[in-house]
Structure formats: structure tokens, C-alpha cells
Design a protein. Sequence first.
Length: 524
Amino acid sequence: MKKNKKLIIKTWKMKKNRKVSYQNRIKFVSGSQDRINEGGLILSKYDGIIKASGLQNAKLGELVFVVRKTGSKISKIFGLTFNLTKTEAGIMFFGSTKNIRVGQRIYRTKKRLTMPVGVEVLGRIIDSVGTPLDGLKAIETKYTSLAEKKGPGIITRGSVNKPLHTGILVVDCLFPIGRGQRELIIGNKQTGKTSIALTSILSQNIDNDLYNRRKFLYCIYVAIGQRKSSVAKIYSIFKNTKALEYTTIVAATADDSANLQFLAPYSGCTVAEYFRDRGEDALIIFDDLSKQAVCYRQASLLLERVPTRGAYPGDVFYLHSKLLERSAKLSPQYFGGSLTALPVIETIGGDITAYIPTNVISITDGQIYVDEELFLSNIKPAVNIRLSVSRIGSKAQILPIKKLATTFKNQLISYDDMKRFEVFDGVSSAIKKIIHRGKRLLEQVKQGATEAINIEAQLYLISLGTIGFFDNFTILETKHFKDDICRLVRTNSSLIDIDIYKNLNLEAWNSKIIKAWKDNSFNI
Ligand SMILES: Nc1ncnc2c1ncn2[C@@H]1O[C@H](COP(=O)(O)OP(=O)(O)OP(=O)(O)O)[C@@H](O)[C@H]1O
Ligand SMILES: [Mg+2]
């Protein structure tokens, strides 16, 4: 074999000045048909995408490599086969292709891309191929797992029965998310989509840290095509709130190649699946999938795929569905773990009927629609309660909130319908009452960018709100009362009753919280 290799190099050197076609070169470099199948020659390179001839035996999604020699150091640059035709292979390279030359040899590895998985990756920022980006020590894990896998089959799945509390009142009360659900966050640019996703991660801190009563939920945040500074900011938020202890960030920033950005969601999903398959609960955020689709488009165009069903944009449905199918709630026979996905999609001009938004809406189990108009009128988080929906989460919602949610939603919608009449004289007292209460309920819905409210405080607030407790308060007083209740529940564990999951005695709950509030002599 070695002898053969030397001979090949020698022959190549002797003949290198002769002008020959690439196909002929392969024959003449490789010598045997076998070597043509296992290796190839680079024909062209554009922006991270390489086309190579040979590689006849290569499989789709297989790792291939090019040898790079810098001085005395020899290293390998890896890529992934992405497009296979009869005569050539299209390959996505992970890093820079600056040092790769046309005419260079390329080799099969007969392996697929794997990611390091396990608790060792918690607290770290990694890229789409598992390399740490935080400048800390190398990641050494016991296990690795394939980056691209099929979602669990129907037999292995169980039904969603446990809630995932995001800490956002309007979401947990009106559009609840169950563990194993896929809920889309959709909206225009700069409308607070990322903030909703981040709050969901931060709120797990409340559950895990403060009372340590519920099962741990691991979080994976996949940042696609964002600025490095935004990712660094998110990292520092997680670090300062200790959320990093149970979170991994998979980052493919705008500076990275389109290929890495395309791969990031799959790699992140693999990290999250480790927890799901061990019977634990995990949450994954894809921020955002529209940018991933754009990267896929770039790769498709460079590979000269004709835009049809089998390429961009038709293929994007497959791209996103195979990703989101991987989040699931498994049945008890398969350890009962869950992976909840919160994909983010950016709309242009609020158009949720565009191709990619409708795709992802149809794949997911509901959507949280963030409205630019609400955001600009300072109602934040700007969740549009008419266009948002959660299809399965209410099955897992805690009973008292489920009971109150419809009244709460109806009162908010009535307010939304009636608020335009406020400017007119002679409005009936019934309408005035709806507007008066609606304004106070809206105050309960408002939350800071990364401020999470725990579920007990949410229950107290909507319970008091719907019975009209705040009707005698001014709007500012309502806001202060809300802050007091959140603080009280956070610091006083006696206000947390495990019965919250079954107890429907709302009157007892209301008097308990009002008493606690008066005892603490909060001043409004
Ligand atoms: N509930 C909130 N209260 C106050 N400010 C908020 C709230 N939610 C978001 N913001 C602010 O609005 C800005 C945009 O938020 P965010 O980055 O979450 O939006 P986005 O939709 O993810 O934006 P992009 O489209 O750029 O990804 C940020 O400065 C954030 O601090
Ligand atoms: Mg964002």
C-alpha cells in the first residue's frame, strides 16, 4: 500500500506539468478503480463549497478531508458531502477553504459527523462541530453522538403531560407549553423574540435553584447567524444568573461560514437529545431558523441545484421538519424523557403567510406571535393573543390556571375590542368597566426582557385580576402590587403549595396572598 502511494506521488510529480483533464488525472494519480472510489480530486471551490470528482463510494453526509501542510505540520481540513451526482460530489467545508487548492486530493473517512455529548458540555459555548469557543479547556466527554439523526418513531413516543414553565405570564397562562412540545416564536425584527426564549431558560433557575422541587431541565441555546457581541451578551446573562450551569450555547455567528450556520441546529439537537434519551428533560432554542434557511439557500445555489422541490425553497420544509421531529416526549418504556423545541422565525413586514413561516407553523404544535405594533406601544412581551396558539400544552397545564385562563383571555380580548371607544363621550358603563379592568389586566401581562415570574405568582395575579381585585387600584398601584407579589412568592416558600397542581380552591389562595401582602405592610 505504502509502496503504491510512493509510486503514485512519484508519477504525479513526473507528470505534473502535463495538461490533462481532471477525470484523467484521477485515473492517473490513483492507478486503480478502488482508489478512485475512496478518494478524489478537487474540481472547484466557492465560498466553503467544494466540488470534487472521484469519491464514487462516498455516502451522503459523510466526512471527507483534505490534507494541509504548513511547514512541517500536517493537518486535516474536514468537510461533509452534501450533494452527490454520478460524476462529482458537492462538499461543505466547516472552516476556511483558503488553504485548499483546486486539483488537491480529497479523501473519504467512512464516518459521519459526531458531536460531544454529556454533562461536560453544560456551561460551555461550542461551535457546530463541537469545538469550544469560550477559551476554556478542551471538552472531553465519555460519549459522542451523530449530529444528524432521525426523530424518535411513533411507538417510542408518549403524550405530553408535564408543563414547561417559561416564566412569562401570558405564555404560561394562555399559550402553555408542555415538555416535548414544539412551539414557534415568530415575529418581525427586534420585537423581543430572543428575550422570550432567554426568559424561558432563565426561569428554569427559579424552579431548580430556589425550591429545588421539580426535575432539572437542561437548556441548549442555538445561536444562528447572530452577531458575536449578541452571543457574548447572552453568555454573560447566563453566567450572571447561574443559568449557565444547566445550559449549553451552540453558536454559529454571522462571521462563521454559511455551512457552520446551516449545521448548528442539528448539532445542538444532538447535544439536547442526550438528555432526552436518558429520561431527562431538555429545552432547545433555535434562534433563528430563517437565517439557517438563508444559509441553506446559499449552499444550494453554489452547488447549482435547480430551485425545485428537491432544492431551496422546496427542500426547506424537509430541512426544518427533520430537525423539529427530533423533539419529542418519550413513553415511560423509553425512560420518559422529553425534548421541547422553541424555534424562532423572523417575518418580514409581519407576513406570517410567507413560505418559510407557514412551513414552520405547520410543523410545530403552536406559535407565539410577537406583534411589532404592540411592542412599539410598550406592551412587552408583545404577544398577540389572537394569532398565538398552543395546540397541546393545555393538556399539561396546571388545573387552577387552566380554569382561569379562558376568563383571563376573554377579558383581555374584550378590552382589545373596546379600547377604541374610550375616546368617545357617552360610552356605556359596561364598556367603561371592560376598559377599566382590561387596562389593569394588561399590566399583569407586561414583563421585563429577562424577568421571569414563577408559576405560583402568575396564578395569584390572574386569579385576583379576573375577579376584579385591581379595579380599585390605579394602574401604577397595580404594577407595584404585581412587583410585591412576585417578590413575596420568591422569598416566602410558605406561599408555595404543592397542591397548586390539583387544588381548585381559588378563594383560599386569594385570601392567603392578600393576607401575606398586608402582613408585609407593602405600601402602594
Ligand atoms: N419584555 C421586554 N421589556 C423590555 N424590553 C424588551 C423586552 N423584550 C425585548 N426587549 C428589548 O427589545 C430589544 C429587542 O429584543 P430581542 O433581541 O429579544 O428581539 P428580537 O426579535 O430577537 O430581535 P432580532 O430580530 O434582532 O433577533 C432588546 O433591546 C431587548 O432588551
Ligand atoms: Mg433575536
